[in-house]
Design a protein around this ligand. Structure first.
Ligand SMILES: [Ca+2]
Ligand SMILES: [Ca+2]
Length: 354
């Protein structure tokens, strides 16, 4: 038994040595391979960090948001931004930080804008981070957004420049980084520019009119697609003429359909064709159908109304609740129930596209 043990041990040692030498060879060859790959690879150009100030446009009395961002950031521990502007043309309104920075423990503090000379003012913002919570990820990142109001009498372009003395970024290794500065501007728009806004709505019951509104604060444009003959689901077009530039909310309402809202409809000085919007739900705005009761929801309550003997399997001309005829063919029957029951409609409510 002892001899047997020794032999087993020897075999184990040999096996172990064999394994070790094999892995050593494998490791060597892996290292060599890696080294070859590295030496063959083209040197990677380190993109230099840059701090950019955005260029925006607006009209007298409007507020514009100016983003200050960093490109090719090597990581951030803290930063200060001093943004200079012509105080006779722009009025500093407010600022907001990057929420990602807040989330990792950054704080923001600010002073009122300071005069650099008679007309140029500088607004300074400082972010000081928790030393243990540096933003170590590299890349592009929003640092801060400044909001200015364009003063009466302002015209042309108002430069936005980062003051070299009061702007810096400390990287996550506590080194001050060199960054190229790309300044921005506010272009003051003049004249009575306006644009047309057009789009396409898909809905049932073409005999019912469709109301479409464009809303920006107190500014409301309204247009209507008139009722027309035919039945079933139909695509209809609308156009708003002469809409002033701005960011709007578009709201579509139509009887027996739920409300359809599109946020962030951006109108500049060019016509806006919503059928080419980047959001597929906006290209053809399809209303959900079946809200017979008009409470904003499509559900069992609506089916119950449709199924009432006073309505179901009768003609609209017989004095039934006209809302029960969802497809608009003049009859209240299974076809209407089927529309209501479609998964895209049933148990759904208002639609909001962000
Ligand atoms: Ca309802
Ligand atoms: Ca019908």
């Amino acid at each position: 038994m002892k001899t047997g043990n020794k032999i087993t041990s020897l075999v184990l040692v040999l096996l172990l040595m064999a394994t070790l030498s094999t892995s050593a060879i494998a490791e060597n060859s892996a290292t060599e391979t890696t080294a070859v790959i590295f030496s063959m690879a083209a040197p990677i150009a380190n993109a230099e960090p840059a701090i950019t100030v955005s260029s925006v446009a607006g009209r007298v009395g409007e507020k514009v948001s100016v983003d200050v961002a960093i490109e090719n950031s090597p990581g951030i521990k803290m930063f200060q931004l001093g943004l200079c502007y012509d105080n006779s043309k722009l009025k500093f309104d407010s600022y907001s930080g990057n929420r990602d920075l807040y989330a990792t423990g950054y704080h923001i503090r600010s002073d009122d804008p300071l005069p650099v000379n008679e007309t140029i003012y500088e607004v300074q913002i400082t972010y000081t981070g928790d030393l243990n919570k540096s933003i170590t990820e590299a890349g592009d990142m929003l640092l801060c957004t400044f909001v200015f109001e364009i003063r009466a009498g302002a015209t042309g372009e108002v430069p936005l420049t980062l003051g070299q003395e009061n702007s810096y970024v400390i990287d996550d290794l506590s080194d001050c980084i060199f960054a190229e500065i790309k300044n921005g501007k506010v272009t003051v728009l003049t004249g009575s520019a306006s644009a047309n806004v057009s789009g396409k709505v898909k809905s049932y019951k073409p005999s019912n009119p469709t109301t479409i509104q464009l809303i920006k604060g107190e500014k409301v444009y309204t247009t209507t697609i008139s009722g027309t003959s035919g039945s079933g689901q139909m695509e209809q077009e609308f156009t708003f003429a002469g809409v002033e530039p701005g960011i709007y909310e578009l709201i579509i309402t139509k009887a027996v359909h739920t409300k359809f809202t599109v946020r962030n409809v951006v109108v500049g000085e060019q016509d806006v064709d919503l059928t080419k919007d980047i959001r597929s739900e906006v290209q053809v705005m399809t209303l959900l159908c079946g809200d017979i009761s008009g409470d904003g929801e499509i559900n069992q309550d609506d089916i119950n109304v449709l199924w009432q003997p006073a309505n179901y399997n009768r003609r609209v001309t017989d004095g039934v609740n006209p809302n029960c005829d969802l497809n608009g063919d003049g009859e209240v029957n299974q076809d209407d129930v089927n529309i209501l029951w479609q998964p895209m409609n049933y148990n759904k409510g208002a639609v909001v596209v962000q």
